[in-house]
Each structure stands twice: as structure tokens, then as C-alpha cells.
Design a protein. Structure first.
Length: 349
């Protein structure tokens, strides 16, 4: 899972960038499409939190060169005037940073979510700076000894994410549109470990506001070693990739994390793709998020299933996408509880 300096530099290249105008219209039910607003908040610990949110303001692009992959945001714009929408937390991977996956975080905002992503202690890049700090890449326990992990391992991530909920709730503008009692938690790699912990993977981490978890190539081995996945109390969607041998393999098979997780549960496996399929690296060489979603099928599938998942479990909207396999996936499985009232069967290519 070591992230090379060139990889981190590419992630940092997206930090302060913003892309030209997009979709300012807003629907009466606040489902979008919106522009993506953006602002930075500060936790009591001093760590920064990147926040994306729906707005009617015009997005603007800032890029160092025509070849840079850039974000598209309306910086510090007023939030859209609509009823409260769910909060989505984003926890980055080990050595990544809050802005490592803007094709996800921006798109959630455009679809009517407030997204809060803190920089954790191990972040090698940071919100608002181009500097790399590889010395931050420390870990409590070895990834190769998952049985030694416990509910104290990487607990700082839990504190950051809970503090982000409180900080958004206390913000005078964001609190008007954010329902912090309906929280979706997204995590990549070690961030996936953190959000599964919040769902009950570690009972002491259980966070009642978290109603659904999207785990992207997550580090799940500590929970498998302790046998806690069967006790998760919220819907979970796992996403993996065909060439992500280090993490996706732990999700698969009769002894894998998906099999051990209680329904409702979903497993999206992308065709091809590495451990960094959920980061800005997937969009390298493209000018913006819209271009990435058009040119990279996996980017579109990641967003399609993730947004439909949260729409179903945070907004209560029925979804045909979640009970069917889209073209281009390597495989797709789901299992719903009998109380859901719909067919509950795995579907696999």
C-alpha cells in the first residue's frame, strides 16, 4: 500500500484547482442537478476539512496548465436554498488526502449531498498546500498483522470523522441545509477500515448518525480476524477492482468480507482497475471530472452505484440500479433482507 512520491504529487496537483461553469439549476426536491460548492473548515485539532455542497452558483476552473486534471467548484458560494440533505463523510487512504478523490466528492455534492473530508494524521498532502510530508505516513499496527489490530488502532480517524460531523453542524450556513442525523460514510483503503469501524466493525466506534457505508477497496482484515462484520447494523456497499489484488481479494469468496457481512449488502467489482481506481489517478490526462466520467467507464460506474446506494438508504428512493448489473462490471452481487420486499439474490456476470 506504499504510495510513491509521484503518486502523491499527482494527488496534490488537484488540491487547489477548480473547473469552469457546470450545472447551476436546482430541482424543487433538492435532488439536483447542482453546481458543487466548496469551502474549508477547521477542526479544534487544527486539521482542515474540505467540504463540498450543493449550490446554485457558477463553478469556476483554476488549473496550472491545460493538461492538469482539475476540480470544478464554486468557492465559498452560498449553499442551495433547499430542505436539509444528508451528510456524506469521506475518509482518505493511507498517505492520501481529503482531495484525493474529487470525481466522487464533487459528484455527490452535485447530486444533493453535503460532503466533509478531513485530512487525517497520515496525510502526505494537505488541504491548501502543495507540500508533501512523507513523514506523516505512520501507522499504529502493521497491515500484515491484522489480528493485532483492535478498537484503539487508528482511532484518530474516528475522532476526525466525528469532529467533522460536529463542525458541519455548527457552521452557520452549512447547518441550514445539512441533516447530520442522516450520514453516509465513504472510505478508501484505510479510510474503508475507518468507516466500517463506525458502522459497528468496532462496537466502541459505533456512530448512530451513520446510516450507510460505502467501502472502496477497504482494509477489512482486522474485522474478519475478530468476526465482527456480521454485526454491522447498516447497509454496506463494497467496491473492488479486478487488478486490486491486495484488497479486493479479501472481499471475495465464501470466507470473504462480503459473505460475512449481514444484508443489505452489495459488492461492485470493476473490470480491471488497481487499488487507486477510486483516486484522482484514474482521471490523469483529462481536464476535469465531467471528462473523466465520460472517458473512464469505471469512474462512471463507481459514481453510479455509490450515488444510487446513498439515494436508497439516505434519501429513501427506490433504485432499479441496485438490483441489476450494469454493462462493464466484472461482477455484481447483492443481498437484501426479506423485509425489503424485493427479490434478494446475487447477480454475477
Amino acid at each position: 500500500m506504499t504510495m510513491p512520491r509521484s503518486t502523491l504529487a499527482l494527488l496534490i496537483g488537484a488540491l487547489a484547482l477548480a473547473l469552469g461553469s457546470c450545472l447551476p439549476a436546482q430541482a424543487a426536491d433538492c435532488s439536483g442537478p447542482f453546481s458543487a460548492g466548496y469551502r474549508v473548515l477547521t477542526l479544534d485539532s487544527g486539521r482542515k476539512v474540505a467540504v463540498w455542497y450543493p449550490t446554485a452558483a457558477t463553478e469556476r476552473r483554476r488549473s496550472r496548465s491545460a493538461s492538469d486534471f482539475a476540480g470544478s467548484v464554486a468557492r465559498d458560494a452560498p449553499p442551495a436554498a433547499c430542505p436539509r440533505v444528508p451528510l456524506v463523510l469521506f475518509s482518505h487512504g493511507w498517505g492520501g488526502c481529503a482531495l484525493q478523490s474529487i470525481a466522487l466528492t464533487e459528484e455527490f455534492a452535485r447530486h444533493g449531498y453535503v460532503v466533509a473530508a478531513p485530512d487525517h494524521a497520515d496525510a502526505s498532502c494537505a488541504i491548501g498546500t502543495d507540500e508533501l510530508n512523507l513523514g506523516n505516513m505512520r501507522i499504529d499496527k502493521s497491515f500484515f498483522d491484522p489480528a493485532s489490530w483492535n478498537d484503539r488502532s487508528e482511532i484518530g480517524r474516528l475522532h476526525d470523522l466525528r469532529a467533522a460531523i460536529a463542525r458541519v453542524a455548527a457552521d452557520p450556513q452549512l447547518s441550514r441545509i445539512t441533516d447530520t442525523s442522516r450520514v453516509g460514510a465513504v472510505g478508501h483503503s484505510l479510510g474503508g477500515y475507518a468507516v466500517i469501524g463506525m458502522a459497528g466493525g468496532w462496537p466502541a466506534w459505533k456512530t448512530p448518525q451513520v446510516k450507510a457505508v460505502l467501502a472502496l477497496s477497504p482494509y477489512v482484515l482486522p474485522f474478519m480476524a475478530r468476526g465482527t462484520l456480521a454485526r454491522l447494523g447498516v447497509p454496506v456497499m463494497y467496491q473492488g477492482a479486478g487488478l486490486d489484488w491486495g484488497m479486493t481479494t479479501s472481499l471475495e469468496g465464501p470466507q470473504g468480507a462480503y459473505a460475512k457481512t449481514a444484508p443489505p449488502k452489495f459488492f461492485v467489482k470493476l473490470a480491471g482497475g488497481t487499488h487507486f481506481e477510486w483516486t484522482n489517478l484514474l482521471c490523469n490526462g483529462l481536464p476535469n471530472v465531467a471528462a473523466c466520467l465520460k472517458a473512464r467507464p469505471n469512474a462512471a460506474l463507481i459514481n453510479r452505484y455509490g450515488i444510487e446506494f446513498f439515494d436508497r438508504y439516505l434519501k429513501g428512493r427506490p433504485s432499479d440500479v441496485l438490483t441489476s448489473q450494469s454493462r462493464g462490471l466484472a461482477s455484481y452481487r447483492f443481498e437484501l433482507p426479506p423485509s425489503d420486499g424485493r427479490a434478494s439474490q446475487p447477480r454475477q456476470k
